[in-house]
Ligand binder design. Structure first.
Ligand code: NAD
Length: 388
């Protein structure tokens, strides 16, 4: 496409504070946003298994108004509503989110309810439903995968529908994201691997999306360069601080990229797998990534060839399609070295469930920006069969 035909908008209002021990700056960052009393939103496991919530509470100092630690993997609507009630009980005017995507998305939902003075997030699910500046939210990711610390989306599990539902708004980004690699050192190898593949999926989907643009391309390609050099290193040696830092940065860059370019079929399938079978989001993305790329190859070979360039795959005399195939092989090789399932049957997902998952994925909004238009669930079932 020539520059004269190109049209896009790009938004990233989140201030990034990166560096080892940068979370000690939490108090300053809250003060800069005018917060008087912040609610710390974190997850049960993080509180039970690590001392990270204590360290962050100490860094918030006098500005800590209360702690809400009921988050479980995959944010739920009831938990968001309870979190907002907790914030009100403690008179909080700002939010700190601490944890993976589940804690950050729960915190985003709580911030929406406090901003709008409402008690239930259910009627606010959907697109651009807030439409006004939000109360201050400082996000501190402790996984390196979702990029939620710098995205305009929150994902919630609707238990009664058995589906994941999205809330998006141009005001949903946390105002500040503190990226402290030391907080990810305790991540076990399987979560490191799954969340790392989530970041890789965000970057690749941002590149093949119908809404890709040159700014998100640049961020996504840099994220993939970092992931190719660091993800396996983090899995093999969790204490490798430099690799942890690269991976955390990659996750945020990929998050900003997909928050603008959006995603595609990989996420549509992963949301269905997460909602129906509780498959961790990164693992679901990891398994569906290469089969989905193979499906999309006919439409976006030059885009995958661009990734090959970023990964240092030699162009020699290869065509775009040959380079695209090399990129897909890179994804498969990366996955094969990680301590997570490579196939849906290894989870195990029953083969009979694939038609239902295909139906679910067809109604997921991520499908709209997939480069190949998909309107028939049988197409999705083909991808799932390959992933099975
Ligand atoms: P998570 O937040 O569900 O956490 C997974 C597990 O890792 C939890 O048990 C948690 O306690 C543990 N954990 C987190 N940090 C740890 C640490 N430093 N040390 C030890 N254990 C730690 O996992 P996630 O993959 O980060 O988030 C997944 C959720 O994010 C999904 O619901 C997904 O849909 C959502 N998501 C949101 C966005 C977005 O932009 N809003 C993007 C992608 C995914």
């Amino acid at each position: 496409m020539g520059a004269q035909e190109m049209k896009f908008t790009f938004l990233n209002p989140t201030k990034l504070v990166f560096g080892h021990q940068s979370s000690s700056r939490l108090g300053e960052e809250l003060k800069a946003l005018g917060v008087k009393k912040a609610l710390l939103v974190t997850d049960q496991n993080l509180r039970a298994r690590t001392r990270i919530p204590e360290t962050i509470s100490a860094a918030a100092g006098d500005l800590l108004g209360g702690i809400f630690s009921e988050v479980i993997p995959d944010s739920g609507i009831e938990i968001v509503n309870r979190g907002a009630a907790c914030a009100r009980e403690h008179g909080c005017d700002g939010i700190i989110s601490l944890g993976g995507g589940s804690s950050i998305d729960t915190a985003k939902g709580i911030a929406v309810l406090l901003t709008l003075g409402q008690a239930d997030i259910s009627p606010l699910l959907g697109f651009q439903t807030v439409r006004r500046p939000m109360i201050p939210h400082v996000s501190i990711p402790t996984t390196a995968g979702t990029g939620s610390e710098a995205t305009f989306v929150a994902v919630f599990k609707n238990e009664s529908l058995g589906k994941k539902v999205l809330l998006t708004d141009d005001h949903l980004h946390p105002q500040t994201a503190i990226l402290d690699p030391g907080l990810t050192l305790a991540l076990p190898p399987d979560i490191t691997a799954g969340t790392g593949m989530d970041a890789a999926s965000h970057a690749i989907e941002a590149i093949h999306s119908r809404r890709s643009n040159p700014v998100s391309d640049g961020l996504a390609l840099q994220a993939l360069r970092l992931i190719s050099g660091s993800l396996s290193a983090c899995v093999n040696d969790g204490q490798n601080l430099a690799a942890r830092g690269n991976q955390l940065l990659a996750s945020t860059l990929a998050g900003i990229a997909f928050s603008n370019a959006l995603v595609g079929v990989v996420h549509a399938l992963a949301h269905a797998l997460g909602a129906r079978f509780g498959v961790p989001h990164g693992v679901a993305n990891a398994i569906c990534l290469a089969p989905s790329m193979r499906y999309n190859l006919k439409a976006v070979a030059p885009r995958y060839a661009l990734i090959a360039g970023a990964l240092g795959i030699s162009p020699e005399n290869r065509s775009d399609t040959e380079l695209a195939v090399k990129t897909i092989e890179w994804v498969e090789k990366l996955l094969s070295g990680l301590p997570i399932p490579r196939k849906l049957r290894d989870i195990p997902i029953p083969r009979e469930a694939l038609p239902l998952l295909a139906e679910d994925a067809l109604t997921d909004t991520s499908i709209y920006t997939n480069p190949v238009k998909i309107t028939d669930p049988a197409e999705l079932e083909k991808i799932l069969q390959e992933a099975w």
